[in-house]
Design a protein. Structure first.
Length: 207
């Protein structure tokens, strides 16, 4: 039986939007075809650019960095929760979903479809603190969202989830392709020693 793979990752380019105050993404080509026979590139960007994973160290003093986790934490049975049109995501939105320990809960808010608009960082849906507490109690491995963040300052959802050792994946895309499907999520991060976050290629395997 052939399985379908769905790319859930936002592309990295010089036009990628970043959270206000973060460094812009930059890729500079260094052609050396005439001298060395190849092209080389230099990239520079913050670890919270485009699709990435937050580890507890991001908000929790003494929390684990991204390279402290085994690969099994980044390959999980997926649960899609559709909240399109909701500005505040309440805990009740998760009650009808079978969320178990080790799952990846993907919150489909469809906000990354607005990434090209100037109000992208002002109109994001937010996960209520109560919803974050409910989710952390279910002990998933990962909570992901198709927005740049599941919350805004003072970042209560971040703090609740990361304190419970639930990793957070931000800036997912194409979650609509997973509606009504069974799938497995793969979000392997770059192995950056001691880092609070890392970029990842997010992919769903649909059964």
């Amino acid at each position: 039986m052939l399985h379908k793979f769905v790319d859930l990752s936002m592309p990295l380019s010089n036009s990628t939007k970043v959270y206000p105050g973060d460094p812009l993404f930059s890729r500079i080509e260094k052609p050396a075809y005439d001298t060395a026979g190849f092209l080389d590139s230099q990239v520079s960007f913050g670890l919270h650019t485009a699709t990435h994973i937050d580890a507890p160290k991001h908000f929790i003093a003494g929390g684990k960095p991204i390279d402290a986790y085994g690969l099994e934490r980044f390959s999980c049975k997926g649960v899609l929760v559709k909240v399109v049109g909701e500005q505040v995501i309440s805990k009740e939105k998760f009650f009808t979903h079978d969320i178990n320990r080790g799952d990846a809960v993907l919150i489909h808010a469809d906000h990354t479809n607005k990434e090209r608009f100037s109000d992208y960082f002002q109109t994001n849906p937010v996960l209520s603190k109560e919803a974050a507490e409910y989710l952390s109690g279910r002990r998933p491995s990962i909570v992901g969202i198709d927005s740049f963040s599941p919350d805004n300052p003072p970042f209560e959802a971040h703090k609740v989830l990361l304190a419970a050792d639930v990793l957070i994946v931000e800036n997912l895309c194409n979650l609509a392709a997973l509606e009504g499907k069974q799938f497995k999520l793969y979000v392997f991060p770059l192995k950056i020693a001691g880092a609070e976050a890392a970029p990842c290629r997010a992919v769903a395997e649909v059964f």
